[in-house]
Design a binder for this molecule. Structure first.
Ligand code: AMP
Length: 214
């Protein structure tokens, strides 16, 4: 099963993708995670991406397209994958279409997760991540047992630079102008399904599974 999870930052794409990887045994491919790792490892892609990411704007298309082409060629993608945070522009969607055509492959589903703007800001500003194992927490919805400390591995939690208030606003604006047009792009191709992204995590997951299994 090859699918895209589309939605603004904070819509829960990462959380739902992780649950879907377990259920369907296919990898989650998050360009945000790949780029953050590249920044941490100081690779040339990481160095190129960092200033864009810190400002909450998109990394240039040709950089992420290269990243995704490389990733889709890996053996664990043969049974399918969940694209989380890619594509984010029409140019990226077109490059993805070309890459898949060359591979003799197509997309099965594009799910658009919808959440109101106020809720997105609440979710993003409360988000905390473990520096060591990457486990995700939320100060309101899934707080760690001990303040600032990861339940799983005991390392310190941190707030992503791009989850600070000013940058959050910029990321939401970028989503509206650059990424939201993909909703009609995939609608026109008959692939888009909408998912209400508000409510309990498990409830949203069930909504997604129902759509996938229809
Ligand atoms: P995310 O974790 O998906 O919110 O991504 C964090 C940041 O990585 C974004 O704000 C962008 O700067 C960059 N990024 C991730 N995916 C893409 C993409 N498909 N196109 C351009 N920039 C991206």
């Amino acid at each position: 099963m090859r699918m895209i999870l589309l939605g603004p930052p904070g819509a829960g794409k990462g959380t739902q993708a992780k649950m879907l990887t377990e259920k369907y045994q296919i990898p989650q491919i998050s360009t945000g995670d790949i780029l953050r790792q590249a920044v941490k490892d100081c690779t040339s892609i990481g160095q190129e991406a960092k200033s864009y990411m810190d400002r909450g704007v998109l990394v240039p298309d040709q950089v992420v397209i290269r990243v995704i082409q490389d990733r889709l060629g890996k053996p664990d993608c043969t049974r399918g994958y969940i694209l989380d945070g890619f594509p984010r522009t029409v140019a990226q969607a077109e490059a993805l279409g070309d890459t898949l055509a060359r591979m003799g492959s197509t997309l099965d589903h594009v799910l658009s997760i919808k959440v109101e703007a106020e809720e997105l800001v609440r979710r993003l500003s409360g988000r905390r991540t473990c520096r060591s194992c990457g486990e995700a927490y939320h100060l309101l919805y899934s707080a760690p047992r001990k303040d600032g400390v990861c339940d799983k591995c005991g390392a310190a939690l941190y707030q992503r630079d791009d989850d600070k208030e000013e940058t959050i606003k910029r990321r939401l604006q970028v989503y509206q102008s650059e990424t939201a047009p993909l909703i009609s792009y995939y609608q026109d191709r008959g692939l888009l399904r909408e998912i209400a992204g508000q409510g309990e995590i498990g409830e949203i997951f069930e909504r997604i599974c129902r759509v996938l299994e229809k």
